[in-house]
Design a binder for this molecule. Structure first.
Ligand code: OGA
Ligand code: MN
Length: 290
């Protein structure tokens, strides 16, 4: 279905997640009304995609900054773009696999006090096969829970550890091969403290509730005994994989995706051999609340 705003049309990709926005050239100035509608579409659809955008890094940065402050990656295995510190280079192939985005559902920087609200990922080079990304709508996942389960998780809080996906036993290859990003991780780790966030997060704009846990970083529910916590988290992680809440995107070069990390998880498939280069900018969010 197509949702008609005043200045943009949003083509829904699945009933619960994803939208294509057409007819906008992001290399040009956009009006305040267009910006507002794009923002609302991100909140509503969780992730939106613009195809065929020809953006220089500067244009990518200036468009991203309309959404807020770019967020310094306190904990990240990504390489920084040497010319543009706001941009992370996600540059991978079969010989240089991604350390952290692959095979773990996550939301960006959940382990910080103020997790990322939005990510603007721009596809520069896409392999001929593979490398899709999947998003899941956490509001849809929350709303599909039974009333009894909603009562059970109401008011719970959970710890999010940004280092978990980089752990020595989870990504041993990263620790074995050493390198620049490992040195940075070790330094940052010594001053880092995990963040505590509500399990049910209210979206500040829509007022809707969504699940705010992810298998990559969420380690324990504070109010529960370890085994209770483990059991409940495993159920929630599993529930968050339900295909009906998802959209899976097949990238083309020059696609720009914007997603709302407050109400979604994503998963980057590592099923490609050839080079894939994405430019990523993350925007700082607010302190989550239920
Ligand atoms: C990210 C991320 C997904 C991808 O940019 O935060 O997880 O498909 N990337 O590269
Ligand atoms: Mn991510």
């Amino acid at each position: 279905m197509t949702i008609k705003y005043e200045t943009i049309d949003v083509l829904e990709m699945t009933p619960k997640c994803g939208g294509f926005i057409e007819g906008v050239d992001l290399s040009q100035d956009i009006s305040n009304q267009q910006f507002k509608e794009i923002y609302n579409a991100v909140v509503d659809r969780v992730v939106v995609i613009f195809r065929g955008q020809k953006l220089t890094p500067k244009q990518h940065i200036s468009f991203s900054k309309k959404f807020g402050k770019t967020q310094a990656s306190a904990v990240s295995g990504f390489e920084k773009n040497t010319d543009y510190p706001e941009i992370d280079n996600l540059a991978y192939d079969a010989d240089n696999p991604p350390h952290v985005t692959r095979d773990l559902w996550h939301t960006d920087f959940a382990g910080r006090e103020k997790p990322t609200w939005g990510t603007l990922l721009y596809a520069r080079e896409i392999p001929p096969e593979g490398g899709d990304t999947i998003w899941v709508n956490n509001v849809a996942a929350y709303e599909a829970l039974s009333d009894r389960m909603k009562q059970h998780i109401d008011g719970l809080t959970a710890y999010h550890d940004s280092y978990r996906p980089y752990g020595e036993t989870i990504r041993p290859e990263m620790w074995e091969d050493g390198g620049e990003s490992l040195g940075r991780l070790k330094t940052e780790r010594s001053i880092y403290r995990p963040a505590l966030h509500p399990v049910v997060r209210t979206h500040p704009d829509s007022g809707k509730k969504g699940l705010f846990v992810n298998e990559s970083m969420t380690t324990k529910i504070k109010e529960l005994d370890f085994r209770e916590s483990d059991y409940l988290l495993r159920f929630l992680f599993d529930h968050l994989r339900t295909p009906e809440f998802q959209y899976r995107h097949k990238w083309e070069a020059d696609d720009l995706a914007i997603w709302d990390n407050r109400t979604s998880l994503h998963y980057a498939l590592f099923d490609y051999d050839q080079y894939r280069l994405m430019h990523r900018i993350v925007i700082e969010g607010d302190v989550p609340y239920q």
